[in-house]
Design a protein around this ligand. Sequence first.
Ligand code: GDP
Ligand code: IMO
Ligand code: MG
Length: 432
Amino acid sequence: MNKNLVVLGMQWGDEGKGKVIDCLSKKFHYIVRYQGGHNAGHTLLVNDQKIVLHLIPSGVLHKHTKLFLGNGVVISPIDFIKEIDILSSYNISLENRLFISRNCFLVLGYHINMDLAREKKLGKYLIGTTGRGIGPTYEDKVARRGITVGDLFNEDLLSQKLKNNIDYYNFQLNHYYNYSTVKFDDIFLNLIKYKDILLSKVKDIPYLLNYYNDTEPKNILFEGAQGALLDLDHGTFPYVTSSNTTIGGVFTGSGVNLNSINCVLGIFKAYCTRVGSGPFPTELTDELNSYFVDKGKEIGSTTGRRRRTGWLDLVLLSRMVSLNSVSSLCLTKIDVFDGLSEFKVCIGYQNYDDLNVLSMSSSVLDWNSIRPVYKVFSGWKTSLLGITKFSDLPTEAKYYIHYIENFVGVPINIISTGPDRSSIIMVRDIIN
Ligand code: GDP
Ligand code: IMO
Ligand code: MG
């Protein structure tokens, strides 16, 4: 029987999904991205070699894996090809291993200009996007004017659609945003240049995944990008990304059957981070923020921005675990607490009904008025970096882990103890 797994970030992204998926990929044959685009940055560290992936699934280093970008992923052709080239310079071949849906929407130059122009106009109220054109690309999909990989099959139609879209966007860029416009030739010629590579990778992904699932005893891993709190519908709107990062995105973004999912692994850091603007009830602004940025190397892997940091928030984690049917948890970056004599965890909000907090729109809810209630934990005196056995953890770390499990009601089956692939504790098998 297949054992198929969804891996989701439980916070605002950068939980260490890439590292953990790389570790798990030994047991999976098919790795599927189903939402987001090259706004994601997933870091793998193997024997001191660092690889940052943006679009290509994080199982890529395992040669037996086949990699899929489902219809819910938005693809920037230039960045897609660039990433393939970088991997090939590391001798990682994607020939007959990487497949994309013809229904993936393309991120094009005018999406990037629109993203940047909007952020500029928002001034101090900016979202803090990655500037990769992701929001405008998904808008085009919803508005039914977007250009898909499949449109590359027909150059006349492609040219017509592109002209219409460029007219529409250049008018806004010029007259509303006072921002630089784009040229048809630049975009069209690039698309023609890259079209053969893209088209050679097109497959009917829903058919294939459901077929594999019905006929082969091989496991599928669905790789979430971003984090649940950045979900367009369930996150801290409007400070979110433009796709569904929560569990529903797996189905709409890949076309897999409901009964194909056996486990959902929720990944969270021992503390919280976010890049960009938006609510962050447990945010730290003092020297502890600098501690986490330095010790946790909290610099964005896509944009190089310094990440905001704060204490772990169990109110938000519990809500995301329940909303996503999480069956197993993975705790990452616990080694970053080495060196702290004590640390805090948010176990409630003084003035809000915990469970309702995210269901209120941010215009109604004044996030700044939230007063987190903290429980203080004792730190440990040894280093957790690189530990691979649960029994080797100090008592204080075990107490912290069990406390979270009891609070959230889901077991922590994986613990990551460092950035390297080898620094991991598989407490219990989540997949046989
Ligand atoms: P992703 O977007 O969820 O894949 O996470 P990122 O790769 O953007 O950010 C996670 C960062 O933490 C990367 O630099 C990883 O190398 C690093 N990392 C992952 N797990 C651990 C861990 O357990 N301990 C430490 N210290 N670093 C980790
Ligand atoms: P991974 O997969 C962290 C954030 C941006 C911004 C908001 C909207 O590495 O966890 P967008 O460009 O998507 O329109 O920006 O979402 N964001 C991420 N934050 N990790 C990511 O991906 C992110 N992808 C987008 O910083 O706040
Ligand atoms: Mg990241």
